[in-house]
Design a binder for this molecule. Sequence first.
Ligand code: ADP
Ligand code: ASP
Ligand code: MG
Length: 422
Amino acid sequence: MPLIVHKYGGTSMGSPERIRNVAKRVAKWARAGHQMVVVPSAMSGETNRLLALAKELAPSRVSPAYNRELDMLAATGEQASSALLAIALQAEGMESVSYAGWQVPIRTDSSYTKARIESIDDQRVRADLNAGKVVIVTGFQGIDEQGHITTLGRGGSDTSAVAVAAAMKAHECLIYTDVDGVYTTDPRVAPAARRLTTVSFEEMLEMASLGSKVLQIRSVEFAGKYKVPMRVLSSFTPWDIDIHEEAQSGTLITFEEDEKMEQAVVSGIAFNRDEAKISVLGVPDTPGIAYRILGPVADANIEVDVIIQNLSKDGKTDFSFTVHRNDYARTVELLKEKVLPVLGAQEVVGDAKICKISIVGIGMRSHVGVASTMFRVLSEEGINIQMISTSEIKTSVVIDEKYLELAVRALHTAFGLDKPAE
Ligand code: ADP
Ligand code: ASP
Ligand code: MG
């Protein structure tokens, strides 16, 4: 019997009615002769609700002890939705059992709030499957070596699902969500966005890492590492849709590049509103600047993304980089206290109202002028580019956040990604 993993996101699990629909869909798959493992997210809004409660009691304390409790707290969301789904399946006449991450167990490292899965024991799940049960495994969570509950970072249920699929050598991992696949860009921002029937693993990895929240990046990494066949599709189709039609719907993540050869140079546009820009001005231009500025930042466990250093003038230069918006205040403070006095730089300034927009496509490898088209389109819209970063298959720019929609839509049209007019 082929083993299939289904993952349902928060909106898909958002109410008793929706959970009942999920149960009916899963029961349909089981009755069609599949062994079923289902990985649900918490009901929509629940993770935010829980984390907001913690913030109300202790705003933005960064300590392992605090983060441990955040994970204790947030993990309850998935525990509840998993039990509810098992109950709904039982009501559909299916034998079903739910497990929290620690019961499987899904073992992770101890980086609370952003833990990484290290291994998954498949024995318990397999025994239940062989006994004819549908097994529900909570998304988003695991257990570390000391027995503490951990969570995998926002959107982490995608990763749980793909990791479970990899560990169980599942036939396919189906990610059910509130859109009917992966689009050329977020359809909420560009209504002309088009669904891709396939997207290469490499492009999906770039899009996820550059901000497309449709899949958590680690889920794509897992899929690539273990070659897990993976598809993104809608949970809002009628549950009794023909199963063969359903199995072909949505977007397939492909691992063969050749399939994409004839496709567009740019396949998608990703954006990220979660970054902030920090500049250290008037730095004496001597060897080792980057290290002396970014060393303390790295030591504080703050991730840096785009970096630029301007040409020097009169022996001084400006050095800018971006960090996650949550780390913005902490980074500015750190630079003012530890770096400014030592370096003899003039000042530290920042801007938390920026965004990063990226064009992505494996076709960019063999085409020149793609980046310059991007720059031209933005200049025609009067949008100033503050930073640029490129790799073989993407070009990213940092711009003022207020131009995000305008820039995404203009680039979407310019690169021929708009869906044909109806
Ligand atoms: P879930 O709760 O099912 O995990 P998410 O909200 O995490 O759902 O992800 C689905 C959302 O991702 C969509 O509603 C859409 O707004 C957003 N999104 C961003 N970029 C894309 C894209 N390129 N294609 C499809 N959806 C995207
Ligand atoms: N419930 C978690 C979140 O909101 C995990 C997930 O939905 O994938 O981030
Ligand atoms: Mg998600």
